[in-house]
Design a protein around this ligand. Sequence first.
Ligand SMILES: C[S@@+](CC[C@H](N)C(=O)[O-])C[C@H]1O[C@@H](n2cnc3c(N)ncnc32)[C@H](O)[C@@H]1O
Length: 260
Amino acid sequence: MSETTEPGVPPPARAVEVLRRKALRGPAYREFVRDIVRLKHARSYLEVGVQSGSTLALIDCPSIGVDPNFIFDRNPAGKKSVLHLYQMGSDEFFRDHDPRAIFGGPVDVAFLDGLHQFEYLLRDFINTEKVCGPASVILLDDCLPINLEMTERKHRPELRKDKAIAGWWTGDVWKVVEILREYRPDLRITPVDVVPTGSIVVSNLDPGSTRLSDAYFEIIDRFAAVELDAKSFETYWKANAPVAAATLTEDFSLSLRTRA
Ligand SMILES: C[S@@+](CC[C@H](N)C(=O)[O-])C[C@H]1O[C@@H](n2cnc3c(N)ncnc32)[C@H](O)[C@@H]1O
């Protein structure tokens, strides 16, 4: 299939997907998460949405895992000396528990990979930033969908056209990147080319910011009905062209150390 198209003529959906797949050439997301935790010399890690523990098991520092339904198929403790598991939804977790009290300090690295609907990820981000330090990083999973159908709000693999990747579901969490760019221009937002559907590294955090929580209902009203079409999908990808994971994991000048 040719990947070139005439200017102004939208490429066929399949060609767009091929291009997007080529843009994501980095390591598997869980290796990237592990590398960031190590490079930051993180002393504390929070993962929202743990499932089988395939990422959590790779993390060596004291950790918290939150998921309403753990389905571990390996030992999630790995080499960690301390692991706290909360089998509950993230809203309930943040309502009843404070990671700073659990760790005795802020969360250094957080990986948000819970329910893939934008209002959940937005709340997870708001709640997580509050318990981070200014030099912490929050990683958002699945915000670079490679086709439109995987952005459906409810995962219905049986209705998907591309059966080969019908199991991939990003939902509409991509909206959170748009929301952060608009409402929090103070944040540093770096899309990264990890497979299968990207990682967004959010840094320059402000744990005291109330901008998102103050505007929460306005944001939900504005973004609830928004959907990507072929044109806005292209615009979103242009605005969020991913950098190679190695530019972060091999650049030690990024002062990745979290705490002295
Ligand atoms: C994509 S999986 C997580 C994969 C895992 N992070 C990994 O790297 O292997 C998403 C998980 O989010 C969990 N989840 C669903 N609703 C949630 C909620 N409200 N709070 C936290 N986790 C939730 C699901 O049970 C599921 O296990």
